[in-house]
Design a protein around this ligand. Sequence first.
Ligand code: RIB
Length: 307
Amino acid sequence: MARVVVVGSANMDMVVRAPRIPRPGETVVGSQFVMVPGGKGANQAVAAARLGAHVTFVARVGNDLFGDHNLEGYQREGIDCRFIVRDEESPSGVALIAVDADGQNAIVVAPGANMRLTPEDVERAEEEIARADVVLAQMEVPIPTVTRTAELAHKHGKRMILNPAPAPRQPLPAELLRNVDILTPNETEAQSICNAPAYASPESLGQALRALGVPVVIITLGGEGVLLQNDAGAQRMPAYPVQAIDSTAAGDAFAGALAVALAEGRSVESAVQFAQRVAALSVTRLGAQPSLPYRAEVDDFSRPAEP
Ligand code: RIB
């Protein structure tokens, strides 16, 4: 069985559908409200578990109702929760999410316990990292914690995937990037890491990221697909055409699926194609974790015939 260790955040998401995202100072009357488990780390852990991997999740939740609810959910998915700390000082992370009529979202996160995940919390899971095929992290927990995760992955010769989301507000440290094998930003995150202007092409962003020392860069471009850049050059891979309801967690679905496919021994190209199918399915449903598909659904989902 493919083994994946995910180090990252766990949130409770408050999601409201609205005709459009409000401007500053504006109130917009929305429609449906749902409260669902989210958080980039947890979404990626759940995505990987539903696709059939053995998943160990390293995280912090508050000692509160949201923490209870989320932990029960991870246990139901068969995730190894031994390295999830109940934080006595801070509440569980919460995200407020508005989703517009086109499925685009705007998110505000109160990180709570996520920001108290320490390098020592990750070190306690070193044995699991040593047994893993792939290690996966994002940027909703402190940078030193992510850096330590990458160091341990490197020490044990494991493939390290970093999904640099949300967009970092400071340059990513060189000691982190040197231990990252695969980086999966969206365009905004890629621009922010390279300090590049909004008009920079994905190809130039990919080159700039590779110049920082990351061998494989996969820039996700929403409905435009992805750009894969590695030693073989740059390659655009089109998205699966679907009717988007909610793009929340599409990047998480992609990252979790990529980790599983690589852990199963697929090539990077084949893993990207698999991850694109999983991400496409996820945007057809509302909410973060409820939108993440199970393996059988992905196997049944084939590209619609071209008109
Ligand atoms: O990537 C989507 C996630 O970002 C949401 O689930 C929300 O919790 C925020 O962390």
